[in-house]
Design a protein around this ligand. Structure first.
Ligand SMILES: Nc1ncnc2c1ncn2[C@@H]1O[C@H](COP(=O)(O)OP(=O)(O)OP(=O)(O)O)[C@@H](O)[C@H]1O
Ligand SMILES: [Mg+2]
Length: 368
């Protein structure tokens, strides 16, 4: 799959932009604060319906304007799609695919898949479980739109359950009313756990292999899914039953805290190098390599699932990698449309042999 054209109006610092992209490699060179990440953000939005930097759409609209627009012509195999996103201040954003408006932006399944790799992604290792869950959820949602739907439904039920726990109703009344929420939470939560388990297992297998190559077999990478519900050797029915039992066994604690202790909203993924938690000991360079291994694994998972490579967005990462890793990364480009940003032209030497388009970004304007 590849993006053929991208059009932006009043999107962050772009007042008006039209670019035709190369189906192989695209390099955007620009000094700091010129619009490199903004451009990648707009492409990412066409795939996922949301930004990788903010949940507040109004931040995305140009400060001096009231609405913003993204339009992208995309080729998914032999199918042509025109994806449009319109954002207006104080309004829900609107998304159209081939001129047909989606009822709900959460439904976005444009067929476009992207994998982003940016210096910010180190938070996959350094930050807490919330960030890791969010990164994980975004990855799985791209492959399985039903997963995203389940996450939204789960969060809604969880919110209602927590409100009930905090309510002034009598304990008996609360316990009665909890019954229905618990059943829903266990049913949807089980689906979520099974998707996460499957995804992390796949990711771990691939990432181990890639990481081995990246580190010349000096480091072993493993990813482990952590849930407070034991998912091992359990089928869906057993898992759901177990979930319900645990919910009931912690209800007294939940009543005191007004929150729900059990469930995939507390999940995490542990990343280990040579069997030690990477969060506590990995150096900057090691963390970067781990993230690179995970991202490239995601590319492979999408390739297997969709039968096509996703679009790879690399935000200013070349200068952060050593020669060995840059070479490895470049090798993975040959069948993938890649959009690279860089603050310097050094990047060009590394990839001199590849068919590419080079663009220069300055103050929200792009020159070829
Ligand atoms: N809503 C907005 N309206 C106008 N300008 C904005 C808006 N949001 C961000 N900007 C500006 O866009 C500019 C470019 O931001 P961007 O993050 O794309 O820079 P960059 O080229 O990636 O820089 P760096 O190399 O530092 O990462 C910044 O100066 C930022 O202040
Ligand atoms: Mg940037």
């Amino acid at each position: 799959m590849n993006i053929e054209t991208i059009r932006l109006i009043n999107f962050r610092n772009y007042e008006s932009l039209n670019v035709d992209l190369n189906k192989n490699m695209n390099i955007f060179i620009g000094k700091i604060a010129q619009g490199k990440t903004n451009l990648l953000e707009s492409i990412y939005m066409c795939a996922t319906g949301r930004s990788f930097r903010t949940n507040r759409d109004k931040e995305i609209i140009n400060l001096k304007k009231n609405q913003a627009y993204i339009g992208a012509n995309v080729k998914i195999g032999s199918i042509q799609k025109f994806i449009e996103i319109k954002m207006e201040r104080n309004k829900q954003k609107r998304i159209r695919v081939n001129k047909v408006e989606l009822n709900n932006f959460r439904e976005l399944n444009s067929g476009l898949n992207v994998v982003v790799f940016s210096p910010d992604d180190l938070k996959l290792i350094k930050d807490g479980p919330i960030e890791r869950r969010s990164i994980l959820d975004t990855s799985i949602s791209q492959l399985k739109p039903i997963y995203k739907h389940n996450i939204n439904r789960y969060n809604k039920v969880l919110y209602q359950r927590n409100n009930l726990l905090k309510s002034k109703k009598s304990k008996n009344e609360i316990l009665n009313l909890l019954e229905i929420f618990d059943m829903q939470l266990a049913r949807i939560g089980t689906e979520i756990i099974l998707y996460r388990k499957h995804f992390i297992e796949e990711l771990s297998k691939l990432a181990e292999e890639i990481h081995n190559k990246l580190t010349q077999y000096k480091e072993t990478l493993s990813l482990e899914y952590i849930s407070n519900i034991d998912y091992n050797n359990k089928n869906k029915i057993e898992l759901e039953k177990n979930f319900l039992i645990l919910l009931k066994s912690t209800v007294n604690k939940d009543l005191i805290t007004g929150t729900t202790e059990i469930g995939p909203h507390r999940d995490d993924m542990v990343i280990k190098i040579n069997n030690i938690d990477a969060r506590s000991f990995a150096s900057q360079g090691q963390q970067r390599t781990v993230v690179l291994s995970i991202k490239l694994s995601e590319v492979e998972i999408i390739k297997t699932d969709r039968g096509m490579y996703p679009v790879l967005l690399l935000d200013d990462v070349f200068s952060e990698l050593d020669e060995e890793r840059r070479k490895y990364l470049t090798m993975s480009f040959n069948q993938t449309q890649t959009i690279i940003t860089s603050t310097d032209t050094l990047t060009l030497n590394e990839i001199s042999s590849i068919d590419k388009s080079v663009f220069y970004i300055k103050d929200g304007k792009v020159l070829k």
